[in-house]
Design a protein around this ligand. Structure first.
Ligand SMILES: Cc1cc2nc3c(=O)[nH]c(=O)nc-3n(C[C@H](O)[C@H](O)[C@H](O)COP(=O)(O)O)c2cc1C
Length: 273
């Protein structure tokens, strides 16, 4: 299953084109979830209603984002401090959508207030059909090691499926999380950057040719679905990641970072192939 990046409920309800562009997907992405963020139950409900006719399979609610711009408005992981408001949001989204509603959150706000198991119970009682737990607190940000124990505790506290998240870097590692925590599935974030093969079983370190072929396909998809010139720096960053952990990968990365246009980058990949 693919989950979109988080989408502002205000952007959707104000009919901002830029926000609506962010929910675009293609049939091969499905099942696909659109992740909403916001702190006002009514607007979150309206945004969910607007998604009703979209070709999507699930609405996920973000209660885990640690970014200040989001938390200062009471959204994202700040909702872990206001479970009553979080419950109202989940209820409103459920009431305004026929799609399954899921919630993603963290271990807690900080190490003195770890509340993922209780938060999970609240989410289940409010209507969520599955949950994802990122095993870090807001105060951890993205650093330090994710504490998978909290995933096991959360799983034990509810009867709906729990998806574990945090630090998974391979297929085998994902299975290890399922065994260690009893979770029903796993979510992979950073481990998939520049490494779309992370979801496959193979434990082999992919060759240069395999990585170049994968990047070529990624660039083709970017060309088909976006305007590549708008985000060249971002594309170069993703492209460079394909060669991490590879003997002489640094020299390929260096060449990539020198590319001044998207066609130049495509030509480089073709010439290396
Ligand atoms: C650049 C970046 C953007 C992210 N955006 C989102 C997001 O929009 N929604 C979300 O639920 N999580 C988002 N995350 C968090 C990841 O989904 C994930 O929970 C976190 O990185 C821990 O998992 P990992 O160790 O597999 O990366 C983001 C993470 C990063 C690094």
């Amino acid at each position: 299953m693919v989950v979109s990046e988080m989408i502002s409920c205000h952007g959707l309800t104000f009919l901002q084109q830029k926000t609506w562009d962010m929910i675009k997907s293609v049939p091969s992405d499905r099942p696909v979830a659109i992740q909403l963020f916001g702190s006002e139950p009514e607007i979150m409900g309206k945004a969910a209603a607007l998604l009703e006719k979209e070709p999507i399979d699930c609405i996920d609610i973000n209660m885990g984002c640690p970014v200040r711009k989001v938390t200062k408005k009471g959204a994202g992981s700040a909702l872990m401090k206001t479970p009553k408001l979080a419950s109202e949001i989940i209820k409103q989204v459920c009431a305004n959508s026929t799609k399954p509603v899921t919630v993603k959150f963290r271990s807690g706000w900080n190490h003195q207030s770890i509340n993922a198991p209780e938060f999970a119970q609240m989410a289940e009682e409010s209507g969520a059909l599955a949950l994802t737990v990122h095993a870090r607190t807001w105060s951890d940000g993205f650093s330090g090691k994710a504490d998978w124990h909290i995933i096991a505790k959360t799983k034990d506290s509810v009867s709906i499926p729990v998806i574990g998240n945090g630090d998974i870097l391979s297929h085998a590692h994902g299975l290890a999380m399922m065994v260690q925590t009893g979770c029903d599935g796993v979510m992979i974030g950073r481990g998939a950057l520049g490494k779309p093969w992370v979801f496959q079983k193979s434990s082999e370190n992919p060759t240069l040719e395999f990585r170049l072929q994968a990047l070529k396909r990624h660039l083709q998809l970017i060309e088909t679905h976006t305007n590549p010139q708008w985000a060249l720096a971002k594309i170069r960053n993703h492209a460079g990641r394909y060669f991490k952990g590879l003997h002489r990968g640094a020299s390929v990365r260096e060449k990539i970072y020198q590319m001044k246009s998207f066609p130049e980058l495509q030509n480089l990949v073709d010439s290396l192939l």
